[in-house]
Ligand binder design. Structure first.
Ligand SMILES: Cc1cc2nc3c(=O)[nH]c(=O)nc-3n(C[C@H](O)[C@H](O)[C@H](O)COP(=O)(O)OP(=O)(O)OC[C@H]3O[C@@H](n4cnc5c(N)ncnc54)[C@H](O)[C@@H]3O)c2cc1C
Length: 347
């Protein structure tokens, strides 16, 4: 997850167009070669422009028809709270009369595109609690040092207008499709899982299986804020048979160590041991079986692995994305556990 897939492609196409224009003034001997390249480049750029799946380019802004993926809706930033270094919880509201009708539209997991008005670039963000009847959406956002949209969004003040379009389906939840679900997240990759867990454990779901969340951050101070952790801990407390969660950090903060957080945190990356340990079958099948066997008991069970986080993490756990950020084959740790492509989804 957490990569601006369509925009990278769109910007690439824009880059092609720009390069084509800047090569026009050149010397005569080079002109023929340049013309050929220019024609080729321009054709590629034009083709890319029309074929790439980015409908934001022409998406208008409308303030009098319901929120939809096909246009931007102006929303107000109604609250903004710094919750840790470089992260904020934002609440964004659209007028309630602009909420689209349709009960399935806002079933998990969905996101909205937020547009950086200054540079006309959009990125997807996940409303933590979905949207309420007053049109409020709450986001946990992280500012990346060189990030275009995240820095812009982080700098917004209460009262500012932010344009959004959506809802866009990230992945479709079904109550009865799986016996066991393992959610693996890194950084802000926890946001879609929070949205899902909140629905499942707030009495709106008839799910009877088990869910385990394995989350990792670089240090304890970069773990999700209490606004996210506390409800998750409560879900686990109230549903011990159905929901477990485990947190990992690459290293402990220099000054505070483990004591900087109110939850139990394990040092190290999420890997084969932790994933095997999370499987419910681990109580019946020795954990070491997964370490040595390509074909564990995973492939013939109704187990689903959802993975969401920085690209390197997704790759290590579930294999790289395919071309144009399609799912690609199952790789990494999950492949070595014998998982097939129906059991793994990279968000
Ligand atoms: C479906 C979906 C839902 C998302 N939901 C959320 C959400 O709720 N909250 C949230 O904060 N983000 C979320 N994201 C990520 C978000 O869309 C942006 O990718 C992120 O804010 C960075 O955008 P940017 O324009 O600032 O960075 P860019 O300009 O695209 O990237 C600049 C640099 O920032 C760094 N960078 C960017 N993203 C990451 C990353 N994920 N991990 C490590 N380094 C990175 C890289 O070094 C990169 O070179 C979601 C992504 C997806 C696909």
């Amino acid at each position: 997850m957490l990569k601006p897939r369509f925009q990278v492609l769109a910007r690439h196409a824009a880059g092609l167009r720009t390069r084509g224009l800047t090569t026009i003034n050149t010397s005569r001997p080079l002109r023929k070669v340049v013309t050929t390249l220019l024609l080729g480049g321009t054709s590629a750029a034009v083709a890319a422009y029309f074929l790439l799946p980015d409908i934001s380019r022409g998406a208008p802004t409308c303030d009098n028809i319901p929120l939809s993926p096909s246009h931007f809706t102006p929303a107000k930033l109604t609250s903004s709270t710094i919750v840790s270094s470089g992260t904020k919880i934002l609440t964004v509201a659209i007028p309630p009369e602009l909420l689209p009708k349709g009960s399935d539209l806002f079933s998990p997991i969905w996101s909205v595109f937020i547009k950086d008005d200054d540079i006309q670039v959009e990125r997807p963000y996940t409303p933590l609690d979905g949207v309420d009847e007053d049109g409020n959406m709450r986001f946990w956002i992280k500012r990346y040092q060189h990030g275009e949209v995240s820095r812009w969004l982080y700098s917004k003040q209460v009262g500012d207008t932010i344009e959004i379009r959506g809802p866009l389906r990230t992945w479709s939840w079904k109550d009865d499709a799986w016996d066991e679900i393992i959610l693996i997240s890194g950084g802000t990759g926890i946001t879609p899982f929070y949205q899902l867990l909140r629905t499942v454990f707030s009495g709106k779901s008839s799910f009877q299986g088990r869910i385990t969340l394995l989350h990792s951050s670089r240090t304890p101070s970069e773990l999700p804020p209490r606004d996210i952790l506390d409800p998750l801990l409560k879900f686990a407390q109230h549903n011990p048979e159905k929901f477990r969660l485990k947190f990992f950090v690459d290293s402990f903060d220099e000054t505070n160590g483990q004591s900087s957080t109110h939850i139990e945190v394990h040092k190290g990356r999420i890997g084969k041991n932790s994933i095997c340990g999370a499987l419910h079958s681990a109580s019946r099948v020795p954990w070491w079986r997964g370490l040595f066997s390509q074909d564990s008991d995973v492939s013939d069970r109704k187990i689903l692995f959802l993975v969401c986080g920085p690209e390197q993490m997704v790759e290590a756990i579930a294999g790289p994305y395919g071309r144009n950020y399609s799912q690609g084959p199952v790789g990494g740790v999950l492949r070595s556990l014998g998982c097939n492509s129906r059991q793994v989804w990279k968000l």
